[in-house]
Design a protein around this ligand. Structure first.
Ligand code: CA
Length: 229
């Protein structure tokens, strides 16, 4: 349930707005002066702010500016004077909407809903998607470091995962064991390149239907391996 803060010094207006919003399923709190309103807006967790312009204490201009500096939530500013609305727009304080009193409570509810859903969409589109590689039934989620083969999750050790991912991201490219060893184990080939062979074998056991006839990681005799697409 979305939580809304109303900062409004006219009690009858604040109560009316609260009633309508609560009927629409919102949770609503009221502050009737600028100082308490600013404190709550900054410290508490609200989804939307309905902010009157002329308030005892800190005014709506200042509250809007201060909230916008640190919080990403819709702010609807209301004022009794049309001139003030023009002034707010001119100041570019970052309010999302402006309403001149008197307005119908149902109009306010409609705007509240519209702004909340717009913010949800914005937040949704900013969410980072996982980096996924998908090739013929193999799905590698690089972000989560998980692998599925034909929909079934398989467990890989760190180096097996790195090796499979590297090959799958460079399909049809033949790599020598030395190249793979340098790439995945991140050191000059002093180590044992047989390690690569062992890891390829382990990976095949997890991804291939028949390890004797690999469909994914091919052995290029005398050269190395390639991930076939
Ligand atoms: Ca007022």
């Amino acid at each position: 349930m979305s939580k809304i803060l109303i900062v409004e010094d006219e009690e009858s207006i604040a109560d009316l707005e609260k009633d309508y919003l609560e009927l629409s399923g919102f949770e609503v709190e009221i502050q009737n002066n600028g100082d308490d309103g600013l404190r709550d807006a900054l410290e508490k967790d609200f989804d939307l702010l309905i902010l009157d312009l002329m308030l005892p204490g800190i005014d709506g201009f200042e509250i809007c500016k201060r909230v916008r500096e640190v919080k990403n939530m819709p702010i609807i500013m209301v004022s009794a004077k049309k001139d003030d609305i023009d002034k707010i727009r001119g100041l570019g304080l970052g309010a999302d909407d402006y309403m001149t009193k008197p307005f119908s409570p149902s109009e306010l509810v409609a705007r509240v809903k519209a702004h909340l859903s717009r913010y949800e969409r914005l937040i949704g589109s900013n969410a980072q998607e996982n980096d996924v590689v998908e090739i013929r039934g193999i799905k590698i989620d690089k972000t989560a470091r998980r692998v599925w083969v034909n929909g079934e999750e398989k467990n890989f050790t760190t180096k097996e995962f790195d090796l499979l991912t590297f090959l799958a991201q460079n399909p049809n490219h033949v790599f020598t064991k030395e190249e793979l060893f340098k790439k995945i184990w991140d050191m000059d080939s002093i180590g044992d390149i047989a390690t690569v062979t062992v890891h390829i074998k382990k990976i095949r056991e997890k991804i291939e239907f028949n390890t004797a006839k690999p469909q994914y990681i091919e052995t290029i005799w005398g050269v190395g391996y390639r991930f076939k697409v």
